[in-house]
Design a protein around this ligand. Sequence first.
Ligand code: SF4
Length: 379
Amino acid sequence: MKYVDEFRDGALARRIADNIAHDAEPSRDYRFMEFCGGHTHAIARYGVADLLPANLRMIHGPGCPVCVLPVGRVDMAIRLALARGVMLCTYGDVMRVPASDGLSLLRAKARGADIRMVYSPLDALQLARAHPGREVVFFAIGFETTTPPTALAIRQADQDGLKNFSVLCSHVLTPAAITHILDSPDVADYRSVPIDGFVGPAHVSIVIGSRPYEGFATRYRKPVVIAGFEPLDVMQAILMLVRQVNEGRAEVENEFTRAVTRTGNACAQAAMAQVFDVRESFEWRGLGQVPASALRISERYAGFDAEQRYDLDYRAVADHKQCECGAILRGTRTPTQCKLFGNVCTPETPMGSCMVSSEGACAAHYAYGRFRDIPLVAA
Ligand code: SF4
């Protein structure tokens, strides 16, 4: 398949691995964070880590949309479905995220709530049209990749005059999360999470372009290489990062030129700007409150904002005491350092969000048996 097979070529992978091993200086360590769950998945699935030299370590970042969803937001959705009787629609992965009181959307559905899995917000819109007597709420999650379709659904509902459709908006923003990671004491002081550079998001960058990352290179002196989700994309990005570090450069480079431009998708950006405003602060699982890191529905479209329509308030809820998702999302722990990994917590019985989505670090490690652990703190 074009644009897939040639990016999974084993012989080419070995050549890039040889180049990485050749260029990586034995006298130093290289620590790169792959921000996206898609990259985490590719690294685990194709055994990329096994092809890297011992002094080069990949650190999982918080770029899995389901994993960063805090328990309190899932609780809001469950309250809407169970107590307010709405038809709640959302993506499949979200259905199994553990919430308070042993619940998840799937378990709430088993208790009789009308919760439906959809593939896009337009499916939810269609359900609202088909059931004019019901209130239909789309539980919108994800990064800039899934935000434009939500914006289009809201605009369409407005144009059609649909009165029984609203959105529980939990969309989050990538650059704010990277800034937060770089400003955290663990990274800024180079204490427990030394990060030498980032493998930048693929699909998110198609929408926002490579320009928003330029500040990370200039202000924080961290190289960023935007990469596609195929294994050769990731390996080529790692090689480009090694070369930047060796040469003392901190630049934004684009490995994923077949899809990403510097300015991104202007239509998608315009739709987002029209329908959403930036929230002052938003809680991320693992990162806590992150300023200007999420979107709310703008005043112009307030009639479609489920938080306003149902007067919902957000209540923060702590994660399961033994779940290490928070530390994994901050890059300070690895999945196998969690005591519950693979015994109590499996993809069939997830105790934390990182085991739910295939993009989650725990699920990726579990599915592909990648249990190789290297201490995070350099000796
Ligand atoms: S293995 Fe399960 S409980 Fe442990 S960090 Fe991962 S998701 Fe949380």
